[in-house]
Design a protein around this ligand. Structure first.
Ligand code: RAT
Ligand code: ZN
Length: 428
């Protein structure tokens, strides 16, 4: 079947193909995006949106250097609009924009109603300059059929903590997640920051330090009301080693999550700054230890783990691990996996091994407008993968009703995640 949203009317009396019914149901199922880098509009400049932010997205920054031998520093010395001009010219005018990140910009502009064929960046800028953030948020949420997005909230980001401390009226569509990378990745260097914030912590994890770290997490959780606690981990992360990270995890983070009945989200497999000159675009990836995920799930049955992995080679093992542990919920086709080829493959693996008990996608949007393409492209894939599974069932004599489809989609697009967050861990 062709990769396109299926939404057609039944003009004759032939039975409607299941893919068409799936496409129709999909356009009527509001979804929850469980991991983004977007912010509540009340957080002001932190919420990125508009054409220039779309063009300087770090996924596109790394692609532009594929074509031009410009020194990195020269590019980063330009202001945002100049960088965007540069990227537009190189990736959209001098070459056809076929990569996933480039096509994403085109899908987004097209769905926002702009004539992409004019290839006129000035005009596009003019269109955006007339919009307010409020109307843009509403339009993007409507186009993506979103009911909510989960932010990534860092209690280590000075700009962000000022905003939370000042307080603001929250937009209920923007939910929180507490991100603690500096704590688990780089604890020793984080001690001075924590002390400056009024927590009596030391590099050694003595009793006072542990209880102060719990106080830090508690106060932030009370302030922002997160759905889960999260961290991204390097490929070499393993459980079972006597490191300070291990002690932090088992003596501070996991007990805290248990107490709050909150999942702990692990995003496994990122190697930060393999090319530091590329700044935010310089991260790479590696294969992680799913054995460690299994160890954690077994050793801490009262904890709930949300897990996504960056390496394609880890995807199959993660599915198998989730078959063994009810307290493990795989989610998303993360970052370099968020391309049609891998989305199809990973989602099929998960359907075939886990049925519908996982969350197939999150957007990771850093710019509001990206919600439009990241979800549109994902839905194109879902119509193919889930449509094929339904067709196969029908071929075996099992009829799929519209109600079945609606129920399944509700689960896949946020419902299964919400149930997982709500429930006590059942792995006891
Ligand atoms: O997808 C991204 O934009 C990455 O840079 C990361 O933010 C990643 O998703 C993460 O959450 O660490
Ligand atoms: Zn992310």
């Amino acid at each position: 079947m062709k990769r396109q949203p299926a939404a057609e009317e039944n003009t004759d009396f032939e039975p409607i193909p299941v893919e068409t019914r799936l496409g129709n149901a999909l356009s009527q199922t509001p979804l929850l995006d469980i991991h983004t880098h977007l912010y509540d509009p009340a957080m002001g400049k932190m919420l990125l949106w508009g054409i220039d932010d779309l063009l300087v997205y770090h996924y596109l920054v790394s692609e532009v250097f594929r074509y031009l031998p410009v020194p990195y520093e020269d590019f980063f010395a330009l202001d945002k609009e100049q960088q965007a001009d540069f990227i537009w010219n190189e990736l959209f005018i001098q070459h056809s924009p076929i990569s996933e990140s480039c096509r994403g910009v085109i899908t987004t502009l097209n769905m926002l109603g702009l004539d992409v064929n004019k290839r006129d960046l000035k005009n596009i800028r003019k269109w955006f300059s007339k919009r307010t953030v409020e109307e843009h948020v509403n339009d993007v949420f409507e186009l993506g059929n979103l009911r909510g997005v989960v932010m990534t909230n860092s209690p280590f980001d000075r700009e962000e903590i000022q905003i939370w401390k000042r307080g603001f009226k929250r937009d209920s569509r923007f939910l929180a997640a507490l991100r603690v990378d500096p704590l688990l990745i780089n604890y020793k260097d984080t001690v001075p920051f924590l002390r400056e914030q009024g927590y009596d912590v030391r590099p050694e994890l003595d009793e006072t330090t542990r209880s102060e770290l719990r106080r830090f997490l508690s106060e932030w959780a009370d302030k922002i009301d997160p759905l889960y606690l999260m961290v991204s981990l390097p490929p070499e992360f393993t459980y079972n080693v006597e490191t300070s990270r291990h002690r932090l995890l088992t003596k501070v983070v996991l007990p805290f999550c248990r107490e709050r009945k909150m999942p702990f989200a692990m995003m496994c497999g990122v190697t930060r700054a393999v090319n530091p000159s590329l700044q935010l675009a310089g991260d790479s990836m590696g294969r992680s230890s799913i054995e460690s995920v299994e160890n954690l799930c077994r050793t801490f049955p009262e904890n709930k783990f949300l897990v996504t992995v960056l390496s394609r080679e880890n995807q199959h093992h993660l599915c198998v691990a989730a078959r063994k542990f009810r307290n493990l919920h795989p989610f998303g086709c993360w970052w370099f996996n968020n391309i049609p080829t891998l989305i199809d493959e990973i989602t099929n693996l998960r359907f075939e091994l886990l049925g519908l008990s996982f969350t197939p996608q999150h957007s990771d949007a850093r710019v509001l407008d990206q919600l439009v393409y990241k979800w549109t492209h994902f839905k194109e894939s879902l119509i193919l993968t889930l449509g094929e599974k339904y067709s196969a069932l029908e071929a075996s004599g099992w009829e799929i009703s519209d109600k079945d489809i609606q129920r399944d989609l509700k689960g896949l697009l946020g419902g299964e995640f919400e149930t997982f967050c709500r429930e006590e861990s059942q792995n006891k």
